[in-house]
Design a protein around this ligand. Sequence first.
Ligand SMILES: [Zn+2]
Length: 101
Amino acid sequence: MDNKVLRKLFLGFIQIHILHHAKEEAIYGSWMLEELYEHGYDISPGTLYPILHNMEVDGLLEKEEVNVSGKIRKYYRTTTKGDTILEEAREKAYELFKEIK
Ligand SMILES: [Zn+2]
């Protein structure tokens, strides 16, 4: 993802991807990094963590800090607002992909 324009585009895809998984079950950063990597997004923790934080600030995700063998792990789940945004984004994405596929 060296291209600036592509990075901007992918940021939206990544956020939809995060919402999708955080709706199904609580996710945490390193799990999400691996999941994104499997889908072809090679992003760094330094990119992902601010995204998760901003989505929390925007009220799309809620965070729960869990002590996992002495280390605090931040788990994220979607809020009601996050679910609504995901639903809208899903419809728009589907509509677009039908056209450009
Ligand atoms: Zn996925």
